[in-house]
Design a binder for this molecule. Structure first.
Ligand code: BGC
Length: 740
């Protein structure tokens, strides 16, 4: 892994990185340039257009200085031609910054971000972003709209696929790893991209899991749950932020100066660029927050949105507002400075063009290997009765709509992939077990298919085989932006097919390729082994063959709870205890007729789903087993500035090597506001040989226990706490400690 990082960074050097300027030198250049600009030229820098090709309108707008950034052009020759117009045919020769949604790979596709989070392996995630930056920048794209660090606790929301899941701490670390991977150690290197941390903020809390929907997030929850991953990315030097579509408590993010000016710039000291989301300034009109486009432009500019993505707000309307003195020139200059600073940081003034000799660097063996390693570590083994690993020589019936889905195995946001490079489970299993040993009969040709005409062939194949591998899930188009579902079970007739396969009496191994947590309780019952794979990307097939054969061990852990029922949404491990935590659960079929009103006990559970998820956050099995010792603490009492070293011995008690993810959780037993039943505060991915033990150490600072009180103060409150070092958020025994 380190090898790929250094190869690509060296390549960056060879490609002609400029020596980076100091921040002071950049500020001086920016100020000098701004002093020469007209209002029209300034506003032009704040406009981001989407376009492909050398269209007349694009050429004219660039010549007229009305385009600061271009979104979606990925042909290096066209990029250079458009850039030449900006550099040579405009008065000030300010280069364009080319942008694209490179979300989990450009050509070589890595697992969806939710799958990458399941690796709990920050090096792999950084490497994936590095590969994506190297490929995309070879076409001239120097700005990606990633990472998305929206804490996502509702599986109905299609965009949960793009997130790192439900936990603020894990989301922050994943975001930081991506920022580092995209931006590298020197943003002027031409094989880097500026990261864009999105969507600021609270978008994952959209009511009902419905995209673009309203949110109502009190400030304490915003500060403790939704803001921390963004803060982590800002602290890590992310170059840009994108504001979100949603309103929070009635204020759309694109018009929220408290968020963008007070918190982001004021409290956090962010000095990068803030871009709107697509149309989000203009969309303050349908939100009912702006009267018209002029008022929307005014509100966006005054709130601190520097660049207008495809809105039509920052060209004519903003020009008029500035000329009329309504938007102060100083505000405009600040916005322009944020844009120009990014262009200097990227080295675009010195190095505006793509080097065509090294352009289009895609699908290298190293990149494919990196994608495969990440896919291997992103798969979560949920169940295994011993059917896995599959020994060579087994006759396999390969069934299911995702077994040979070159497009769909990649998941959402893959604008640039060439699906002919995707290796499917069919191809990889045939390679591994021999063509004659894999009978392929999909049963269903796509995930939503309801008609069962393929079932007979699938069942016939199953009867001839030693083992059935069912690869199902969701097509790529069923998750991602604007792809929300109220039924999150396997679509189409997949569950019916699985039930029929079980009836054959042959062991069933189920692999689920998907963009979200799904309700699969019945499918788990119908399977001997279940692998939760998310959408794995280009190398899905080889990665699946690696783990099913036992060549590689499973080491993925869930970054989200898997629900029993969609009715549990929103679902997350860090819930509050309530005054009546679940106990004495009685399920619907066990209640006698005419039972008394209070006979089920009056605690917090559902009659048809009980309490808690099907599989908890952090969960993941392996081909080996791990034993966790009782954590020892360097102190059981600390002051508000103190820290505790927590040590836990983890032992591989099985027969094969494996990677494990010990997770540190805490609970604040009594607070001035009620606290979650557990919160993740640390984890480490370790590798242990059979019989090997390791003392895993975490430093828990009293400050890590801080939260926001109703006055908005960040406080560490004295009192009794508990901690766990455990393999998931639902197991382990608590160890007490006290903050004095
Ligand atoms: C999405 C963003 C994306 C942008 C540009 C919007 O619809 O919300 O996440 O980066 O489009 O494509």
């Amino acid at each position: 892994m380190k090898r790929i990082l250094s190869i690509t960074m060296l390549l960056g050097a060879a490609l002609g990185a400029q020596a980076a300027m100091t921040p002071e030198q950049i500020d001086a250049k920016v100020a000098d340039l701004i002093s020469k600009m007209t209002v029209e030229e300034k506003c032009g820098q704040l406009v981001q257009r989407s376009g492909v090709g050398l269209t007349d309108y694009m050429v004219n707008d660039i010549k007229g200085g009305a385009v600061g950034s271009l979104l979606n052009e990925v042909d290096p020759e066209t990029v250079n031609a458009l850039q030449k117009i900006a550099v040579e045919q405009t008065r000030l020769g300010i280069p364009i910054v080319f942008a694209r949604d490179v979300i989990h790979g450009f050509k070589t596709i890595f697992p969806i971000p939710l799958g990458q989070a399941a690796t709990w392996n920050l090096d792999l995630v950084e490497q994936g972003a590095r590969v994506a930056a190297d490929e995309a920048s070879s076409t001239g794209v120097r700005w990606t709209f990633s990472p998305m660090v929206d804490v996502s606790r509702d599986a109905r929301w299609g965009r949960i696929a793009e997130s790192a899941g439900e936990d603020p701490y894990l989301s922050g670390l994943m975001g930081v790893a991506m920022v580092k991977g995209y931006q590298g150690d020197d943003l002027t290197k031409p094989n880097t991209m500026a990261a864009c941390v999105k969507h600021f903020v609270g978008y994952g809390a959209s009511e009902g899991g419905l995209d673009y929907n309203t949110t109502w997030i009190p400030e304490v929850q915003l500060r403790d749950v939704y803001l921390p991953p963004f803060k982590a990315c800002s602290d890590a030097g992310a170059a840009t932020f994108m504001c979100s579509f949603n309103d929070i408590c009635g204020v759309p993010s694109s018009g929220n100066s408290w968020l963008l000016r007070d918190v982001l710039r004021g409290e956090w000291g962010f000095d990068g660029l803030v871009v709107s989301d697509w149309g989000s300034i203009q969309q303050m009109i349908p939100h009912g927050f702006s009267q018209d486009i002029t008022e929307a432009a005014y509100q966006g500019a005054m709130a601190g949105v520097d660049m207008d993505m495809e809105n039509g707000a920052y060209n004519e309307p903003l020009i008029e507002l500035v000329k009329a003195g309504k938007v102060p020139m100083a505000t405009l200059d600040e916005m322009v400075a944020n844009v120009l600073r990014l262009k200097y940081r990227l080295g675009l003034f010195e190095n505006p063009y793509v080097d065509l000799k090294t352009a289009n660097r895609f699908y290298t063996p190293e990149n494919l290997q990196a994608a495969r390693e990440t896919a291997v570590e992103s798969m979560v083994l949920l169940k295994n009765d011993g059917v896995l690993p599959l020994a060579p020589g087994k006759k396999i019936a390969l069934i299911g709509p995702m077994a040979n889905a070159q497009h769909d195995q990649n998941g959402t946001w893959c604008f640039d992939l060439d699906k002919t490079h995707s290796v499917t489970a069919l191809t990889a299993l045939q390679d591994r077990y021999g063509k004659d040993n894999v009978i392929y009969a999909p049963g269903l040709t796509y995930s939503r298919q309801r008609d069962t005409k393929g079932f007979d062939d699938a069942l016939a194949a199953a009867r001839q085989a030693d083992v059935i591998i069912f690869v199902g899930g969701e097509e790529a188009v069923l998750s991602g932006e604007a792809h929300c579902r109220t039924d999150i079970s396997l679509p189409g007739a997949q569950s019916q097919l699985l039930a029929a396969l079980k009836e054959t009496g042959k062991p069933v191994v189920t692999v689920i390729m998907t963009g979200r947590p799904m309700t699969i309780a019945q499918d788990v019952d119908n399977s001997n082994a279940v692998v939760y794979a998310f959408h794995l990307g280009t190398m899905a097939g080889p990665a699946v063959a690696d783990v099913l054969s036992g060549d590689k061990n499973f080491s993925g852990h869930l970054p989200v709870c898997l629900p029993k029922s969609v009715g549990q949404m929103p679902l997350y491990y860090a819930h509050k205890n309530t005054g009546r935590p679940a106990s004495g659960i009685v399920l619907i079929d066990d209640i006698p007729q005419e039972a008394g009103q209070t006979s089920t006990g009056c605690t917090a559970f559902y009659l048809d789903a009980g309490a808690g998820p099907l599989y908890p956050f952090g969960f993941g099995l392996s081909y080996t087993t791990f034993d966790y010792g009782t954590p020892s603490l360097s102190a059981t009492e600390i002051g508000k500035d103190g820290e505790i070293e927590v040590t836990c011995r983890v032992t591989n008690t099985g027969k094969v090597a494996g990677k494990e993810v010990p997770q540190l959780y805490v609970r604040d037993l009594v607070g001035s506001l009620v606290r979650p039943v557990r919160e993740l505060k640390g984890f480490e991915k370790i590798e242990l040989a059979p019989g090997e033990s390791k003392d895993v150490k975490f430093t828990l600072k009293a400050d890590d226990l801080a939260y926001h009180n109703l006055k908005g103060e960040r406080v560490v409150e004295p009192g009794d706490f508990q901690l766990w070092v455990s393999p998931d958020a639902a197991s382990g025994d608590p160890v007490p400690f006290t903050v004095k």
